[in-house]
Design a protein around this ligand. Structure first.
Ligand code: GLN
Length: 547
């Protein structure tokens, strides 16, 4: 039976609950425990798949094909434990399950209520995989007191009550605002948010207090007294230069010790923090710098490409260089020649995306990288654009394009070298796309195998000819153009196991040009940088040495 740690937040949102949870997971692992991290989101969307990246940041995809919150990405990057469909749940999903059961008659005509039907559904979810790990860390999205969060808090209260004593603890994050006029840190909002928790039957065992200023001992003592928490379980959390400092910083402040104390695990196994010391050493002592241009659409919000930004940092760490990523709005290249803006970058990355806006600019960026022999990494839509570019400018298919944009425009303007896939193979069975499906359900999602062509650049990079990577897309490069494109110098170096779906393309006469139909960034970790990102940055370092 796992021990449960519930992580809640108070006072304001965006306190870094996800990061604190991930760091705690990493610290428990460093002490030899196994962990799984989970996110409970109070919003009513059934999953984050259809939420705007502007509003919600990136959609993180799991091996088993769930579209989840980007916090699951943090969890994976810090613990290396692959997230699963069952690690993320929203109120929308819970209600949708309950209503489905009601329609099926599972409740035998009873009146359906938040307590017990919704709370039971939440508790069932919490128990999944209970016997697999030492610690289950469950983060509750939003802030205590939010209307939407109430069923989750009530379910947690019941859950703690039903478990044997000492099997569950609550960790609460708050903010200590600083009043410049009086030069003081204020503890009242923290006291109030703990009261709010107490009023719904929950009491924190550990309090993590975010603060921009050092918290004096006497304030710690005051918080402990008024919030009914032991003084050594009041953990200061100061701003960090990099998120990867979090495990070491939280360890120094005594977070993992406080958690183990709260469970009565005594003596606590000693931690081995070598992994995080190495990560910090690589991050803080770079021996050079490379500039990478990311030509995309959602450039205003960095969270929209969170995993890509992180994977680039990891690639830099693998090469002991700092990667300076700069975001460029692809639409600019529809009006302007790319050279003045792209010159001086050591590599170009075109990320995934949906819809036609900005795609002509991405095609021009791909062309620029190919012609100037600058390293290019195209991810998903970025691969599709590279293929369209090659079809137009090398194979002479002047009106090459993607069916995605024709569907959007409701007419036929392009020769579709990228087309809508109707059926595909997953494992041993055929998946059929139902036309007119719900928006959320029509993508090729999750982990798929690919076979790499021996001696290709990617086979060398991976050191293997069999890989498994995560997908999230509707459209595919049409294999029927393979011969024509290969005759011009493009190489289809990765294919689905049945040989039908192009997974990776390269250019023969280019030092480093790779387009991938999947999302390698989702599997990169600071302590295990993804080989494609590590080698992409290595190629960028080579370019930087030439100039
Ligand atoms: N819009 C493209 C598709 O659906 C690419 C998706 C992506 O980049 N993730 O195939």
């Amino acid at each position: 039976m796992a021990r449960y740690i519930f992580i809640t937040g108070g006072v304001v949102s965006s306190l870094g609950k996800g990061l604190a949870s991930a760091a705690l997971g990493a610290l428990l692992q460093a002490r030899g425990f196994t962990v799984r991290l989970r996110k409970l989101d109070p919003y009513l969307n059934v999953d984050p798949g259809t939420m705007s990246p502007f509003e919600h940041g990136e959609v993180f995809v799991t091996d088993d094909g769930a579209e989840t919150d980007l916090d699951l990405g943090h969890y994976e990057r810090f613990t290396g434990v692959p997230a699963r469909k069952t690690d993320s749940i929203s109120s929308g999903r819970i209600y949708s399950n309950v209503l489905e059961k009601e329609r099926r008659g599972d409740y035998l005509g009873k009146t359906i209520q938040v307590v017990p039907h919704v709370t039971n559904e939440i508790k069932d979810f919490l128990r999944i995989g209970d016997d697999e790990v030492d610690f289950m860390l469950c983060e509750i999205g939003g802030t205590v007191g939010d209307i939407e969060g109430l069923p989750f808090f009530e379910a947690i209260r019941q859950f703690i009550h039903e478990r044997p004593r000492g099997q569950c603890i609550l960790m609460h994050l708050t903010l200590l605002p600083y009043l410049a006029a009086s030069g003081e840190l204020k503890t009242k909002p923290t006291q109030h948010s703990v009261k709010e928790l107490q009023s719904i039957g929950l009491a924190p065992d550990v309090l993590v207090c975010r603060s921009e200023h050092p918290i004096p001992e006497k304030e710690i003592a005051k918080i402990a007294l008024f919030c009914n928490v032991r003084p050594d379980a009041v953990i200061p959390a100061y701003d960090l230069k990099t998120i990867y400092q979090a495990p070491l910083a939280y360890h120094q402040e005594g977070l993992d010790q406080a958690v183990l104390d709260a469970f009565g695990i005594n003596p606590a196994p000693r931690p081995n923090l070598a992994r995080w010391e190495d990560v910090m050493d690589r991050l803080t002592h770079p021996e050079g710098m490379v500039r990478v241009a990311i030509v995309g659409k959602y450039t205003q919000l960095e969270d929209a490409y969170k995993s890509i930004a992180e994977a680039l940092t990891h690639g830099g760490m693998a090469n002991r260089v700092k990667v300076k990523a700069e975001w460029i709005d692809a639409e600019i290249f529809e009006r302007e020649d790319p050279t003045p803006r792209l010159e001086g970058f050591h590599a170009i990355l075109v990320p995934g995306g949906f819809g036609e806006r900005g795609t002509e600019g991405k095609i021009r960026a791909a062309q620029w990288a190919r012609e100037k022999k600058i390293p290019y990494l195209g991810i998903c839509l970025g691969m599709q654009m590279a293929v369209i570019e090659a079809a137009r400018n090398m194979a002479g298919i002047k009106d090459a394009g993607s069916e995605e944009f024709d569907h959007e425009a409701g007419g036929k303007r392009f020769t579709p070298v990228v087309y809508l896939l109707k059926e595909w193979i997953q494992g041993n069975h055929v998946v059929e796309r139902k036309l007119g499906d719900d928006k959320g359900g029509t993508m090729r999602l999750g982990a798929y195998d690919a076979r790499l062509v021996p001696d290709s650049l990617v086979a060398k990079i991976y050191g293997s000819t069999r890989i498994e990577e995560r997908h999230r897309h509707r459209y595919e490069v049409d294999g029927k153009y393979r011969e024509q494109l290969e005759a011009c110098g493009m190489v289809f170096s990765g294919l689905s196991p049945d040989g039908r779906l192009p997974e990776i393309v390269e250019h023969k006469d280019h030092p480093w040009f790779v387009g991938v139909q999947f999302h390698p960034e989702l599997k990169s970790k600071p302590f295990a940088p993804h080989p494609l990102f590590a080698d992409f940055v290595r190629a960028a370092v080579e370019v930087s040495r030439l100039v």
